[in-house]
Design a binder for this molecule. Structure first.
Ligand SMILES: N[C@@H](CCC(=O)N[C@@H](CS)C(=O)NCC(=O)O)C(=O)O
Length: 207
């Protein structure tokens, strides 16, 4: 049985990118169902697939999973031998912990640094809440990289990198100053063939 993943626009849907990147990186074959966001009939189209009215949504036979982190957890269970979470027990606990923090938090960062993968030099409202969240996200990634010595947050690519990648991309787009370590991590992510493909397909959405 093949997986189907319903996603939104590649230009803007960071929640869609997360499980999409995990599926691609770990070579799990899937069909993509693309739904254009922001149209009059968008909600209707999403609801035909996803009970929450949101994308991403993973379909596997009769099973539907309509949340980015739940999709990643489901895949990690299903493909235990691929180590979608770090293998080491402490690292796994921390990677899950940090992924949950990203998933449930950073509301100001998300709102004020809204995403468009193809833009550059965007400006954002520098209020205290947003700056605090930016510092927290930077510290999380940096501390992981210091501990793992890279290239990824827990050495090998895992779900936690997919959860944090969109934040690093936001920093680039909004010219948030990055340390050398974070610049290197950004480069590592941008050099991934899966990210290159996502950006290529995002550019096609403009046509
Ligand atoms: N907590 C959800 C958030 C999903 C979400 O907000 N998706 C946005 C696209 S990035 C969406 O479906 N927007 C369409 C709408 O609300 O009509 C997840 O982790 O998957």
């Amino acid at each position: 049985m093949k997986f189907k993943l319903a996603i939104g626009d590649k230009i803007s849907s960071t929640w869609s990118l997360r499980p999409w990147l995990v599926l691609k990186y770990f070579n799990i074959p899937f069909d993509e169902i693309k739904i254009k966001l922001g149209n009059k009939d968008t909600k209707k189209k999403i609801l035909r697939i996803s009970p929450s009215g949101k994308v991403p949504c993973l379909i596997y036979g009769k099973i539907k999973i309509w949340d980015s982190l739940s999709i990643c957890e489901f895949l990690a269970e299903k493909f235990k031998n691929k180590n979608l979470w770090p293998k080491n027990n402490y690292d796994k606990i921390m990677a899950r912990n940090l992924s949950s923090e990203m998933h449930s938090g950073f509301a100001n960062l998300r709102k004020n640094l809204s995403m468009n993968f193809l833009k550059k030099n965007l400006k954002f409202k520098k209020n205290r809440e947003t700056l605090t969240e930016i510092t927290r996200a930077k510290n999380i990634i940096e501390n992981c990289l210091k501990r793992s010595k890279g290239p990824f947050m827990f050495k090998k690519f895992s779900i936690v990198d997919a959860m944090y990648a969109p934040v690093i991309f936001r920093f680039k787009i909004y010219n948030v100053k990055l340390s050398k370590l974070l610049e290197r991590y950004l480069k590592t992510l941008l050099n991934m063939k899966e990210i290159k493909l996502w950006l290529l397909e995002a550019r096609k959405e403009l046509k």
